[in-house]
Design a protein around this ligand. Sequence first.
Ligand SMILES: [Zn+2]
Length: 721
Amino acid sequence: MPASATTETKSSEWLDCSSASTELDVRLVEIRRVSTEEQARDDRAGLARQAHSNRETAKRVGATIIEPAFELTDVCRENFISTPEWRGIRDLILASDVHIVVDDPDRFVADYGGIEILGECQRTSTLIHHPGGVLDPSSLDGQLVGVIRAVLAGNELKTIKRRVQGAKEAKRREGIFPSASISLPTGIAYVRTKGERRGRWTYNDAVARVRVVWRLVAEEGLTNWREVGSRAGFSGVTVRNLLKNPIYKGWWIVSQKRQAGPTPIRPDGRRKDRRKVPRAPHEVIRVQVFRPRGESGEPGDDRDEALVDDETWDRVQGLLEAKRQGVHRLRDQNSEARFLYRGLLWCAACDRAVYGCTKPRHGRGKVRRDWYACSLSRVRGKKCSTKYLRLEVVNTGVDRLFSTILSDERFAMGLMEAGADAKQEDVVAAIRTATTNVRRLTDQRTKLLDLYLAGTWKHAELDAKRLKMEAERDHAEREVSRLQKLQASAKQASRVEGFREILVALREFEFWSPVEKRDFLRRFFPRVYLSKRGVESVEVQLPSPLFGVDAVTGGEGPATLKVGMTWEQLQPLAKLTEFGLPEKPLYTRSEVAKALGLTEHQFVDRVRKGEIPEATQKHWGHKAWSLQDVRTILRERAERQATYRWGLPRKTSYTTGDITSALGITWGQLRYAMAHGRLPEPRRDAQGRRFWTEAEVELMATFFRVDPATEAAGGEAPETH
Ligand SMILES: [Zn+2]
């Protein structure tokens, strides 16, 4: 064995071949706990006591203590095993004859990473000696440690997040702006000074333009936001938002928060921002961060002065409200009622809001038509496959989805469970496999180091093996985290009960007013995702109090229900008219012909002869007959029925042309039948033209199997009176 190995480590292999050092076979790493209080009091008494106790323990077990001892403070407990201190200790305990000695094992484990420490000791077969005896982590059930470790790791992440959020929230309540300055209102700045906890609320250059807005509105009385905007360099919408923001009268009011639940994922797999939702009244934060305008604050009040005084602010809010009401009244009368589902519709293709809009029909001057449009398709130069959707199609489709399809409980529950169950099963198993993999690879890596330290391998060999193994482990770790995400989505299954409650309410959907429908959907189905094809999915916001969400599953966020129904499937089944066609305002030529039992050719012919009135309407550029038109045509025909025979006005005699067109036969067929004596030759006039009596036509109709009764039933409306 090379001499260098003796100075680096004392592995058992080395000890085996060195009989001279058997009495040195156990060595202890001494860990002393330094609490921050003790440091503050500069009281080393505690440390001296620990050192004494550890030496007693070492003497008892016949071991020596490795100098110097490790003194650990109790401030960095989070993720302790990745700290340099722990890595220093681990380098030593990798050797199989090196163990740990502490004064109080429970506090040691609890203070420094808990189960993580036990896991580390278990992997390196390290015992923890203490005054009361010895703790052997490898005697713990291995799997148990693994499982607990995973649970703790997950919980610690959550704890950190919660702490960060909690800290931000505490700062907000103190009037400290905790976020990046990009999220400040226009014209407002928050200046942080290094070393000081509290920053200063003040203004930036953009405030000059904000002043212009307030002057134009409050002093010059302008109420056209777009005009105000163009004079101050903002859009009309920004102007309205500026005027509503209480920061300009000095108050910072936090009335929204990010929605709880898992981070939403875009269709392309990227994360997106959680939606902002209103805070409950007790959660709203109000801090007066600017001194009220026109008041000379208290001595020591160094806050900047607010931009506008309360009186101006209140007056402008009155203007905003009056304007909103005015616009609202107008909307109520027309568009609000028409754009029934505005604000609830989203584009499934690009994940943007779908708006209601009215635009002139292509090339048709003053005729305007209502549409729902994806907001991306309204941006110049951008394209989205959803584009424009017909208002009526969407309104009736969405209406039907909620009133009949989703309210069919069995159908909707099926959708919900199909999405959740399938995943749950294999994910749990896959996570178990992947976690075991990570553990196995970590263990192998440790053994590898052991072998290297024992001098079995050269450095280069070790590096190659180690790199390969680390790559494998990284891969396995990524797999675990991917699967855990999947599992979260599978937790939807546990929300099924809450969903059932909503479905029960939906049964009455069709009896609700538009306002009630919208309010209900906004609460429980905040987003309906549309595409050119139909309704793709629906976001379900489950009412948490109904089914008691537990914190571990984190199941409070919205769930997504895959619907995948086309607009066609969603159109309500139209009522049938008495003439056998679906009821609708306009009918095409072929539809009217069908109702009359005529071929299109026969139909055109009769229109030309004036027997059927010409179309009075147009539909998409084609002639069309209204429902009333069709009824009139059928009634008139029914009235004429008495004087008609085979679709012909009754006459004393019929020409060859009358008969062939009425019976739908050719002159050739007729002549053939007469030539073979099947039908009698009729009388002729002076010019040799044939004329048939009604009885002869009757015979002919029978011969060619044209039953007058059948013809009447097929061609005319059944008599209802
Ligand atoms: Zn789109």
